[in-house]
Ligand binder design. Structure first.
Ligand code: ADP
Length: 607
């Protein structure tokens, strides 16, 4: 065994307990760079807002000083005196409004564009992954990365830029201004505030933990409901409604308990923080009043001090919340970027092609050994050899789980063999362009055809988006599908329901056949194409298949032996190897494994 194509598949290592991926700054930069101008502008505006927020308390103080003087002295024209500071303050408020509007607009633009670019790139990155990648990762989790993780990353990013910048600037600026107003009072605040904020952060993190638990529990309950509703036929068939209802109510009960506890926690937190805040205000007035009485501080300065110290307190609390958000945002971002840089081992495109007219369609499997990347060490095929002569039909039979579908997967290049080669007209298929191979050469029809939630026309066109409507009709006729499609009120425009549920198994299968035929493939793979059908549907589908297979190299993977008796060669697969090969009559005469399978299926059929 000289060639090992399995040794550079990093995702396989993930079978061990999953490690949290690291945040990829270089990747992030790639997405951020195009938005840099808007981001910088947003940062400047947010910074401006913060600076204004520092000015406002001081202006308020000026205003209050005018009011205080007027109440004390009752001289001069109140309106005239108050106009100046009031107009200044109003102007500041206006400017602050405009800046806030500007930076929020710019920041959400940056956030949305980065998120959209991330979604598009991640989706493309996921689509190009190896089939083995999808064996190892659950679809739900992959979809989560596209939705929840990107969402979380985006909001954290926006929050960090807007709140983080503002909070830090404001904390620093307001601290300076309150220090300038009254160093003594500032000293007092500097002892009390951090203690309170730290206590608040501590309670906050406990509450967040509880909230996470509550969310998990809600998700668990939803999972139970989802499973029961999604599989309602099975639930009904086993009369398990009561049990499902009981299961669901247990989970809902648990989640409501956690949420109630969370509610109590939030209530206590709110109560305590209100108390603390009010005490700070009162304490400041109390201590500041003392200074005012001793004429060390003006009333206006006390007002400025109060408002500015409130800003400090709010900003510090924001910063403590932000830390949690940064951690969550970074880990969501790390999950988003993880698969973007992951290269597949089997590329989607690239490699040679064989011109259509010289393509013969001769496939050979030579000394193939293969085990699935998700189950290394479990050899599905061992020294497997098979010849698919051009324009002949070869059937593979054998026990279920014997590796029949795996042979088809290797031909489609869903996986590469560990040892040995698969050749098409003498070329190693690893040197050929995989997308050309799949799109132009091979037609694949399997047991459970998957249709997409669009019109029948588009579903058939999935095989070849460029063909005319007439070609679609011709393929449908060949697949015995035209008549039933025309019997629908909307004909070819009929939209098939989710996962094709509005069609019967046989109808879906015939659309799938039309979809494969429209490629005009030289090689056709039928993977147990009729085994899920009832006898009548099987007959119509079989008829379509017989028509479809003529003039093509065909590989049939068969469960029911009755359908493949006309095959040119029948191979019996056992323990990953071809044990017997020949025509139906030859193999029967030989009296080996095939004869045994036939005998067993007959007796099963009679029972
Ligand atoms: P058959 O088509 O003959 O029923 P398969 O080719 O589907 O058999 O499967 C052969 C063996 O490979 C079985 O043991 C099966 O469990 C295993 N297998 C099939 N598909 C996968 C997969 N995607 N990942 C891991 N093991 C697989």
């Amino acid at each position: 065994c000289q060639m090992d194509f399995n040794n550079n598949q990093p995702f396989l290592l993930e079978k061990k307990p999953k490690e949290e991926p690291e945040f990829n700054w270089t990747e992030f930069w790639k997405f951020l760079r195009p938005q840099l101008l808007s981001l910088l502008a947003a940062i400047v505006l947010a910074f401006g807002t913060a600076i204004l927020n520092i000015q406002i308390p001081l202006m308020l103080g000026d205003l209050v000083n005018v009011v205080a003087r007027f109440t004390r002295e009752h001289t001069g024209n109140y309106l005239n005196e108050v106009k100046g500071p009031a107009m200044k303050l109003l102007g500041l408020y206006g400017l602050q409004g405009i800046l806030t509007c500007g930076y929020i607009t710019l920041l959400s633009r940056v956030g949305e564009r980065v998120a959209a670019d991330l979604r598009k790139s991640l989706f493309i990155a996921l689509l190009r992954q190896d089939v083995a990648f999808f064996d190892a990762n659950k679809t739900g989790q992959l979809v989560n990365r596209l939705t929840t993780d990107i969402q979380e990353f985006k909001s954290s990013f926006k929050l960090v830029i807007s709140q983080g910048l503002r909070s830090i600037t404001q904390t620093a600026g307001c601290l300076v201004s309150i220090y300038l107003i009254s160093p003594k009072l500032t000293g007092l605040i500097l002892v009390v505030l951090p203690t309170l904020v730290a206590a608040g952060a501590l309670i906050g993190s406990v509450l967040r933990g509880l909230s996470r638990k509550a969310q998990e529990q809600v998700a668990k309950a939803t999972g139970v409901a989802d499973e029961a509703l999604g599989n309602v036929r099975t639930v009904r068939a086993f009369a398990m409604e009561d049990r499902e209802a009981h299961l669901y109510s247990l989970e809902v009960e648990k989640s409501s308990n956690i949420n109630e506890a969370l509610g109590v926690g939030i209530a206590i937190f709110q109560g305590l923080s209100n108390l603390a805040l009010n005490c700070i205000v009162m304490g400041t007035i109390f201590a500041g009043g003392y200074l005012v009485a001793r004429e060390q501080l003006s009333a206006g300065d006390l007002m400025s001090f109060l408002v500015a110290s409130q800003t400090v307190q709010r900003s510090m609390a924001n910063v403590s919340i932000l830390f949690g958000q940064i951690v969550r945002g970074m880990s969501a971002g790390a999950r988003v970027f993880e698969y973007m840089t992951l290269e597949s081992t089997i590329p989607l495109k690239g490699g040679g092609t064989i011109p259509y007219h010289s393509l013969i369609g001769h496939v050979q499997f030579k000394d193939i050994s293969f085990s699935y990347p998700t189950r290394p060490g479990h050899d599905v095929l061992k020294n497997f050899n098979l010849d698919l002569p051009p324009c002949k039909t070869v059937a593979i039979v054998g026990h279920s789980g014997g590796g029949k579908s795996t042979v088809a997967a290797l031909l489609e290049r869903f996986y590469d063999p560990c040892c040995g080669v698969v050749t098409l007209d003498g070329h190693d298929i690893r040197t050929l362009d995989p997308s050309w191979l799949r799109r132009n050469v091979i037609g694949f029809i399997n047991q459970e055809p998957v249709l997409f939630g669009t019109s029948i026309m588009e579903n058939i066109r999935f095989g070849n988006p460029d063909v005319t409507d007439d070609k679609v009709y011709a393929a449908a006729k060949q697949a015995n599908a035209h008549n039933f499609i025309c019997s629908f009120p909307d004909g070819y425009k009929t939209v098939v329901g989710e996962r094709g549920v509005t069609l019967s198994g046989g109808q879906k299968q015939r659309i799938a056949i039309a979809r494969a035929l429209i490629k005009n493939p030289s090689i056709l793979i039928l993977d147990e194409a009729t085994s899920a059908l009832d006898a009548e549907s099987e007959r119509v589908v079989q008829e379509a298949l017989d028509r479809a297979t003529s003039g093509r190299t065909v590989l049939i993977i068969a469960h029911r032996l009755s359908t493949i008796q006309g095959a040119d060669v029948i191979c019996v697969l056992s323990n990953g190897m071809v044990k017997e090969a020949g025509t139906h009559t030859e193999l029967l005469k030989k009296g080996g494994l095939y004869a045994e399978l036939i005998r067993r299926q007959r007796t099963e059929g009679q029972q």
